[in-house]
Design a binder for this molecule. Structure first.
Ligand SMILES: CC(C)(COP(=O)(O)OP(=O)(O)OC[C@H]1O[C@@H](n2cnc3c(N)ncnc32)[C@H](O)[C@@H]1OP(=O)(O)O)[C@@H](O)C(=O)NCCC(=O)NCCS
Length: 179
């Protein structure tokens, strides 16, 4: 794994200016990030304007997709096979700490986030530090997830609570071009 220095980040950003918004562009963005990830499966795709703050702490399985304008913040994050991250999603695996009555310079504490196989984070969801979602979960649009949920959970709201359950397991890997 290469360390992501500010110079390398700048070079990546410049290259991204020339990548299209098509599915092949999403794959090209995935390939740009790949050398900086500790683990990366096949077919990693990233839509336009998504931003990974610290790729050196992001583990990615096979066929993972990150949607438009999503933000993956500081701390260890694992996206298992076929995790589907929608648009405008925020995942951050750390919290600021208070020092002298202020959060500004208090540093931060990491708490890993894990998104299970085949789980879908719909648009505008927010996943906070320490959350572990099992396989085949659905997080409804706009949810703020503050605690962990087991496989098959359908959750939504602020803070997220159970709306229902997915009875079917995630389908086998989908190799359909463009997905
Ligand atoms: C979660 C979702 C898939 C559910 O769709 P659905 O199966 O048609 O479910 P329904 O609309 O029948 O709603 C079922 C229940 O969940 C609730 N619900 C649905 N979406 C919700 C949400 N985002 N937040 C909170 N509650 C929600 C409904 O109010 C309803 O509650 P009720 O049974 O008490 O009336 C859909 O609401 C959603 O969030 N889609 C994401 C769309 C998106 O972000 N796309 C971006 C591309 S990745």
């Amino acid at each position: 794994m290469k360390k992501l220095t500010p110079a390398r980040r700048l070079w990546m950003k410049i290259r991204m200016l020339f990548i299209s918004d098509s599915p092949s562009g999403a794959r090209a963005r995935g390939k740009l990030y790949e050398p900086y990830l500790p683990e990366c499966g096949k077919n990693f795709k990233i839509a336009a304007q998504a931003f990974i703050y610290n790729p050196n702490k992001l583990r990615v399985g096979d066929n993972v997709y990150i949607g438009f304008n999503s933000y993956l913040g500081e701390g260890p994050i694992t996206l298992e096979d076929e995790a589907l991250i929608g648009p405008f999603v925020s995942i951050t695996a750390s919290n600021h700490l208070m020092k002298n009555g202020s959060y500004r310079f208090g540093g931060f504490a990491e708490d890993p986030v894990v998104i299970g196989r085949g789980t879908w984070l719909a648009g505008h969801t927010c996943i906070t530090a320490g959350v572990r979602l099992g396989d085949s979960c659905l997080v409804a649009a706009g949810a703020v997830v503050t605690k962990s949920f087991p496989a098959g959970s359908v959750i939504g709201g602020v803070p997220a609570a159970v709306l229902g359950r997915n009875s079917t397991p995630a389908a086998p890997p989908d190799e359909t071009p463009g997905q």
